[in-house]
Design a protein around this ligand. Structure first.
Ligand code: ADP
Ligand code: MG
Length: 296
């Protein structure tokens, strides 16, 4: 059997046989004809209660594995903690604990731009959270076609996406939360309905937050304080996160003025947001929104 070296090539290898990869690092299983990788075999038969599987997200470092499931006309996104996923090396009990802790976060932060939580339950020896499925494209590296389509969205659409992301994060700030581990794989664009949907807020915490969760973030997004053990993570941190998001969306994370495709005035606003010094950034998401609006 051909070994699967990286996720970027995963979708290109057809057909993939069930069983161990040649190097014995991964075990490939199928659910309703869709292959996915694990570290060792796991019984997912309980998933049939949700419907028929049409998509699997198995490449995350989180320890969760996620499924697109169809039950008649209804489609769901099921996030499961408790299985030996391919890219996670820690204890699965910690993954289950983290997903359980995320439940009130989705309830508290409900918003039109957030994936809609339906229910959660202990099942299959772990924990599952069920959300509404969103037909959207995401800068999800595991799916190169989606990734490319997202990157190629028009500047106009990206400006709407950025405005929606800022709006959601001013909402979470008002609710007393701080975003942790937000990055481009958490942003979805629903092409048909022209709307932005945010997913994966599992690690969002009550603000101010002091702890090691910030160390999970993508290097293109994390602020200096998130790289510092014991530092306070708060709304001013999220101003940085928003600036990093703008650079990611509009300039592929290149922060030089040459790479910036919008006006120099807007560049000045986001460059200020990603200042290393907290005192040099906008002091709230609302202030950032206001400065962005004026510069536009
Ligand atoms: N409700 C949803 N509908 C469709 N796709 C989704 C939904 N939520 C997330 N996704 C996709 O699944 C991927 C993995 O979900 P995510 O919540 O990031 O899982 P994890 O907690 O394992 O990181 C996301 O990057 C996104 O592309
Ligand atoms: Mg994720």
């Amino acid at each position: 059997m051909t070994d699967i070296l990286t996720y970027d090539t995963f979708s290109k290898i057809e057909p993939v046989a069930k069983g161990w990869s040649d190097d014995k690092k991964h075990y490939i299983e199928y659910a309703d004809g869709i292959p996915y990788r694990l570290k060792s075999p796991f019984d997912f038969s309980f998933l049939s209660k949700y419907g028929k599987i049409f998509k699997v997200f198995d490449g995350q470092y989180s320890g969760n594995i996620c499924f697109g499931v169809a039950d008649g006309d209804n489609r769901y996104f099921v996030k499961f903690a408790g299985a030996p996923t391919a890219r996670y090396n820690g204890d699965t009990a910690d993954v289950v604990a983290r997903l359980k802790a995320a439940l009130p976060v989705y309830q508290d932060l409900a918003h039109p731009n957030l994936i809609k939580f339906i229910r959660a339950e202990k099942i299959g020896g772990g924990f599952a959270m069920v959300f509404e499925w969103v037909d959207a494209i995401c800068a999800q590296r595991m799916y190169p076609a989606d990734y490319k389509a997202f990157r190629e969205l028009s500047l106009e659409t990206k400006q709407q996406i950025f405005a929606d992301i800022m709006d959601f994060h001013s909402h979470i700030a008002a609710k007393g939360y701080v975003a942790i581990d937000f990055y481009d794989e958490s942003i979805m664009w629903d092409v048909k309905n022209q709307r932005t949907i945010i997913c994966d807020i599992d690690f969002y915490q009550k603000s101010p937050y002091v702890g090691s969760m910030g160390l999970w973030g993508s290097s293109r997004f994390v602020s200096p304080e998130e790289r510092t053990e014991g530092a306070v993570i708060d709304e001013v941190t999220n101003v940085y996160t928003m600036g990093a998001t703008a650079f990611c969306l509009f300039a592929n994370s290149d922060r030089s003025p040459e790479a910036w495709p919008l006006s120099p005035e807007l560049y000045t606003v986001v460059k200020k947001a990603v200042s290393d010094g907290r005192g040099e950034r906008q002091q709230s998401i609302l202030q950032l929104i206001e400065e962005w609006r004026i510069a536009k």
